[in-house]
Ligand binder design. Structure first.
Ligand code: COA
Length: 271
């Protein structure tokens, strides 16, 4: 009886990360709506695998990350799972989320977070590791960890102040406050608020805008911004020169010049 129930439970368990490839765009959906898309270990493991896949598959040009349902992008760490963990397992989890989000941030393809509801704790840290953040009008944002007696451990204390400034970031982290989409836009935490029901359309539109451009150029631009922002301007400019240098010999660069002369759109091959 118990065995049958267990089997049944396993068979109805849905994949916590849904991955769909649509014409060069990888759409990744955190799919645990009954738990507000909280990030358990399985979801993080699948996230790390997804980043690796996106890195190696040349035909994937842009990644969009979103949450299933209309309430949550992700409510962060799975607090029900957390309650079952011993101290060592908590440490392992923190290392796992940190590594997964670092690899997402360093992925050679742009990542758009389409934030469709609450992005709290690790959920907001997930969005912070993406390149571009857009949100639905009902989205809410917070690094709420201090209210749980911990601090953000997936990069939140570092990425949030870099994005919105240390004063606002400290206020958000120290008070564990949750802000709405308008405030997030005002802070520069997100780039746009999509019209009601139009979030994925907006994400796809941005993705298409990126896809039209040279993939090697976009990858180098991402490296230049990411690495350059972490150093002084002189070193940053050198990083930019090195990134530019990698593009000089590419076929795509020549193709773009030919396309300009022939008054047509370039056909970039990523070579
Ligand atoms: N981990 C596990 N389950 C979670 C969760 C989390 N982080 N956040 C929400 N859930 C679950 C709830 O327990 C509930 O399940 P249940 O009905 O089986 O108990 C379900 O998701 C719906 O949540 P509920 O609280 O009823 O919905 P709400 O709309 O009233 O509130 C939140 C939604 C996200 C604001 C609220 O659940 C919340 O504050 N969650 C904790 C978020 C957090 O602090 N995250 C940081 C972790 S470091």
């Amino acid at each position: 009886m118990t065995e049958n129930k267990e089997k049944q439970d396993t068979s109805i368990e849905e994949e916590p990360l849904l991955i769909e490839k649509r014409d060069g765009i990888l759409i990744v959906t955190i799919n645990r709506p009954k738990r507000m898309n909280a990030l358990d270990r399985k979801t993080l493991r699948m996230g790390a695998e997804m980043v690796e896949k996106a890195h190696y598959e040349r035909d994937i040009r842009v990644v969009i990350v979103t949450g299933a349902g209309e309430k949550a992008f992700s409510a962060g760490a799975d607090l029900k799972e957390r309650a079952t963990m011993n101290q060592m397992e908590v440490r392992q989890y923190i290392l796992m989320i940190k590594r997964t989000l670092n690899s997402l941030e360093n992925l050679s393809k742009p990542v758009i977070a389409a934030i469709n509801g609450v992005a709290l704790g690790g959920g907001l840290e997930f969005a912070l590791a993406c390149d571009i953040r857009i949100a639905s009008p009902n989205a809410r944002f917070g690094l709420t960890e201090t209210s749980l007696g911990i601090i953000p451990g997936g990069g939140g204390t570092q990425r949030l102040p870099r994005l919105i400034g240390r004063g606002r970031a400290k206020e958000m982290i120290f008070t564990a406050q949750v802000i709405d989409a308008e405030t997030a836009l005002d802070y520069g935490l997100i780039s746009h608020i999509a019209p009601e029901g139009g979030l994925m359309e907006m994400a796809l539109e941005i993705a298409e805008g990126i896809k039209a451009n040279g993939p090697l150029a976009v990858a180098q631009a991402k490296i230049a911004v990411n690495r350059g922002m972490e150093t002084d301007i002189e070193s940053g400019l050198e990083i930019e020169s090195n990134a530019y240098e990698k593009l000089i010999f590419t076929k795509d660069r020549v193709e773009a010049l030919n396309a300009f002369r022939e008054k047509r759109r370039p056909d970039f091959k990523g070579e």
